[in-house]
Design a protein around this ligand. Sequence first.
Ligand SMILES: O=C(O)CCC(=O)C(=O)O
Length: 222
Amino acid sequence: MHYQSKIHTILKSAYELATHQNVLDIVEKAIGPNILLHNTTYIIKEPQTPAFVSWHQDLTYWGFSHDDQISVWLALSNADEISGAMYMISESHLEGKKEHKTIEDENNVLFQKQCVKELDESKKILCPLKPGEASFHHGWTIHSSMPNNSNDRRIGFNIQYIATHVKQMKNNTDTAICVRGIDKYNNFGIDIPAVSDELNPTTTAKQKELQEKYKSIASSRN
Ligand SMILES: O=C(O)CCC(=O)C(=O)O
């Protein structure tokens, strides 16, 4: 399940976490009452492994018309300095889009291997979380994470929300699902949430298709 997209279309538990009212109450404060769930991903770092996440901004390659977006990172295991919790650059969300470069490193979890070109690491803040705690960050927040040097798995559940007025500018077949309020814009096709935690060949095949589209949108430079 590590780093697969649109997990809420194959696992009911993922959809339930992403639509938990306590989470949506905070998301609403950030992006308003009409909320689309765009993506969910488990990011799993195995014990004592070199996988890391380079400094990046979530919104850079997603093709959205507006930046009314928020990312949630829910800890499903202990995330601290040793197990590879996230670092964020304080107040970087106020500075908008930064230039990225590509750094080839097989241990970088990000499929595009992108990395912010210039940043002031002295402003980095560790965001440790206990299981069940979550952090919320905006898509211009520069963040990263280091390898898991602990003896336990580090499991994060990453959830991406956008406001309903946001449009996908790179592709007109992108999908999402309205999880609070009303969607009077219909800018996205509709993802079907999973109804069970049993993996099912039909929904799994569909999820793979959605994941390919997600990656191709993020990779395209239009
Ligand atoms: O799980 C991690 O270590 C990084 C997560 C991340 O980059 C994100 O949630 O946007």
